[in-house]
Design a protein around this ligand. Structure first.
Ligand code: IMP
Length: 184
């Protein structure tokens, strides 16, 4: 953790919440835990585009086990039930009988992920886990099985390491909190 204002912090941000080194260290620990828990299984790491792609890229290289990667994309239904999403890009591979871990950048209310998990569960994987880098657990509305958690964070909007504000800042190597006045 760091509270230092880095030289390249964008004006919308007020401080670095997690620096690149802390993230890298935690990613290594999560990767080791996943490798230990799933050795010898047909392991699939899946992420929901776009935010989780960066975390997945680092995480998979920290998992010393045989695995496959797959990607899906969803978009929310305007006027639909809370969290209801439709798949805009489906997985390429069948997951029946596989040990699936959904890799997320952040879980907020949990509604989106809850919906995605129910869609994946219907495809009969042998197991279905969740690995999230960040967890705003105080905002959780639905109970979710979070198997691997990088960091619990406070109820602040954050950017960086895959997370965006209006499409920007995904490429910051750290996670920073956004000033309240910058959120419209
Ligand atoms: P949920 O359905 O409320 O859990 O929404 C999760 C999604 O909202 C994440 O996958 C992000 O795309 C987005 N989100 C939630 N909190 C933040 C944040 O602090 N920064 C950037 N995106 C966020």
């Amino acid at each position: 953790m760091s509270s230092e204002r880095g030289p390249d912090l964008p004006p919308v941000a007020d401080r670095v919440l997690l620096d690149a080194g802390s993230i890298a260290e935690r990613v290594r620990e999560l990767g080791a835990a996943i490798a230990e828990d799933h050795a010898g299984e047909d392991l699939r790491l899946i992420t929901v585009l776009r935010g989780g792609a960066m975390f997945l890229a680092d995480l998979c290289r920290a998992v010393d086990a045989s695995l496959q990667l797959d990607y899906m994309a969803v978009s929310s239904y305007v006027g639909g039930a809370p969290g209801a999403v439709r798949i805009t890009k489906d997985l390429d591979d069948d997951i029946e009988g596989a040990a699936v871990i959904v890799v997320e950048d952040i879980i907020d209310t949990g509604l989106t992920l809850n919906y995605v998990l129910s869609m994946l569960r219907a495809r009969k994987p042998a197991s279905l886990g969740v690995c999230t880098l960040l967890d705003k657990d105080v905002r959780r509305i639905v109970d979710l099985p979070v198997t691997y958690r990088g960091f619990s964070i406070p109820d602040r909007f954050v950017i960086g390491y895959g997370l965006d504000l209006g499409g920007l800042y995904r490429n910051l190597p750290y996670v920073a909190t956004v000033r309240d006045e910058a959120i419209v």
